[in-house]
Structure formats: structure tokens, C-alpha cells
Design a protein around this ligand. Sequence first.
Ligand code: GUN
Ligand code: FE
Length: 452
Amino acid sequence: MKTLAGRAILGTFFHAPTLDRLDILPDALIEVAADGTIAAVTRSDDPDHADRVAALGTAVVQLPAGSYGIPGFVDCHVHAPQYPQLGQALDVPLEVWLGKYTFPLEARYADLEFAQTRYAALIDDLLAIGTTTALYFGTVHLEATKLLADLCLDKGQRALVGKVVMDDPDSCPDDYRDADATSGVSETRALIEHVRSHPGNAAGRVLPVITPRFIPSCTDAALTALGELADETGAHVQTHCSESDWAHAHVLARYGHTDAEALDRFGLLTRRTMLAHANFLTDDDRTRVVRRGAAVAHCALSNVYFANSVFPLRAALSRHMHVGLGTDISGGPSASMFEACRATVQSSRLLEDGVDPALPAAQRGRPDSRVDLVTAFHVATAGGGTALDLPIGRFEPGCHFDAVAIDTTARDGGIRLFGDEPLNGVFEKLIYGATRANVSHVWVAGEDRRPT
Ligand code: GUN
Ligand code: FE
């Protein structure tokens, strides 16, 4: 489809600007400015609607019958180099998995030809399934991570990209770590400069991220200097926090206080920080994270394999914590944010009901823990935008027109409509049923970036 920048699109859209309400926009007109941001949203019951459509004339593009628009997904936690092992190697706990499978795979990105093919396939596949923004961990390699950022620019995905820092020789393999804290930090600075000064990035569609892998793989010297760099540059920060029993206990044993507190003392808990998982946050941690305006990337599917628990999403949201959803490729075996929404709903119900049938119902679970599909969808779109401090995930003036068209008539897709579904039922079928075959258009800043 031709660019929407400077044009308008007419169709039925769904978005969830707040966590408890699906806003349905039947036959709405969304006008897109030349810079790809939304200039105006006119609902069909607005008295101006017909006049505006008429005035725009041939500049109006119409969604075909049976197609619906939603905001593009914001995947808040992706390990780009782990894409080749998506859907395999899920048989051991985190601390074994890292050394046995993951570090050896990530080490291969020293080879830029290897990196090129894997990263290109990942970005294409994520765009094709509707992920318009991704927050990426790269590897320790500066050059491969620059390449990842360059490929996101070439392919038009909105992205935040970090060079992983892991410098502790006691916990990281000799063939896969930073030479020392100083080089890990100076290469992070070099990545920030590369991304910010890239000639193809005038609009800032790709952003750099300070990325200590997690406390267990970093020295205090690296963590201190990265905190200073975050303060100096205002760049985003991402890391793993209190993910599993092992990871949580490791930090407690090292410092005598929690992961979140330690990150805060290093200056790594900012308004632009994304904490992956954060399952074992204490009450004090939650207060601290909310006070700093930092966010959690909730990775429901990955948590089944590695986190030994379900993240209490409902409790976090009711404390006004910023939360986005993540696939955690390849900790979770699916690259699809539709799947992330499904897993979020399902795991929250397991948390609420509990899982051990030998226990009486009243003792089995944690009351008031379930979230519904609208809340999961909100967190996967608008919530991720807020968490990243970016104007995305909503159909509102001033937001980027990052959106996905879902064709419910796609023969090979997973959605069957019979014509008598109410629109909120259509929405549920979209999120529960959509496969890649249903994703017909993927706009980032008004440009259709779906790989062909
Ligand atoms: N903790 C440290 N590194 C990783 C990783 O690559 N994946 C997950 N899920 N947890 C981590
Ligand atoms: Fe992760």
C-alpha cells in the first residue's frame, strides 16, 4: 500500500489507551501528517466526518472489508541474537541455559556475516507479525550491534538497541565477554554515538540503550560507570531484574539487598529503564520502581520456562507501575506479540486460581490476579509506549502512526468470522486467532514496512 504520510485512512480500528477499556473506532478517519504522526482522528459519529472524508478526496485510503486496524505491537524485551534458537533449548534452568546454549550462540555474532543473515531474518519476521517497535538486546560485540541498529533503520522498524555489557570474568566465559569494564562502557558510548549521529536516523526512529546484561554478569565498576553514562546521556537502560529464584538470590547474596535496590544505587533505575521479568520484586522494590518511573517488561511465556513463578501483573498495574509486554526471544518460544497477549491472560488466570489441585480452592491461588484480553492488549501497545516514554501504541493526535491491518478473510489465517460477531467479539478473535497470514499491512510512521 502507498505511504500514508500526508494521507488518511478510513476503517475500523481498535486501541486501548487505558488499561481497562477497549476503544472501538468504527469507520473512523485517521489523518497522518507528512512526518508519520497522527494529525487527527475523526469518529464516524462526528458531525465533520463526511465533510472531512469528502475534502480529502483521493488522499483517503480505505481498509478493505474484513480488515481491521490495531496499533503496532511494542515488544519490550527481545534478545536479537537468540533468534536462531527460538523454539529449542528450553530444557534446563536459566543459569544452565545461559552457559550451555545461549552464550555459545551469542559468541557467534563476532562474525558479521552470521549476524547479518540472522538479524535481517529476525527484523523481517517481527515486522511481518506486527511488531512495529522492539527493544533489543544485542551481543557484547559493538560492530554486530551497530549492524543490528543499521538493519532496523534500513527495514523501517522502530527500535531501541543495546550492546550487552558483561565483563565479570568470574561469571562470563573467556570467549564471550567484555575485555574489562572500561571497554564495555566505552563501546556502549560508541554505540550511543553511532545511533544518534547516523545519517539515516534524523527522525530518531532507532534509539541506543545502555544494556548491562544483569547484575550477575557485571562488575561493580561496569555498573557504576554505566549508571553515570545513563545520567550523562539520558539514554534508555535495559537489564534483567529478579527474574528467577537463582537470579534473585544471587544479587541478595552479593549485596545483601535486592536487584532493584542495587540497580537504583548504581543509577540504573531511571524513567527510561526497562527491567525484564522482575518477578521477585519485593513490596519496597515495587515502591522504588514506581517512584523512579521505571518499567517492567512482562514476559509471560518465557516466565513459564525460566522464572519459577508468574509475574503479578494485576498488582503491578494497580500500583501504577509502567509495564510493557515482551516475548523475550528466545527465553519464550514464540516471536509473536499476539501470543504474548494470550500467555499474559492465561498465566494471570493460573496465578489467580493456583495450580495444585491437591489444595482447597481458597488456598490454591492469589485472588484478584487475573487480567483480561483488553488489559493484555493495552500493555502490549499503549502500555509499552508509556514504559518506553515514546508516543506510540495509541490512535491519538501526536502519536506516530505505527499500526497493523489484520485481514480476517485471509484463507490461511487463524480467524473465522461469521458476520454476526459484535465488534468487541471481533477484537477478541483478532487477538486470539491472528497468525502471520492475517497481518496484511504494518505501518511504521505511516510507511508500510511489511516485508514482501
Ligand atoms: N538473564 C541474563 N541473560 C538472560 C537471557 O538472555 N535471557 C533471560 N531470559 N534471562 C537472562
Ligand atoms: Fe531476557
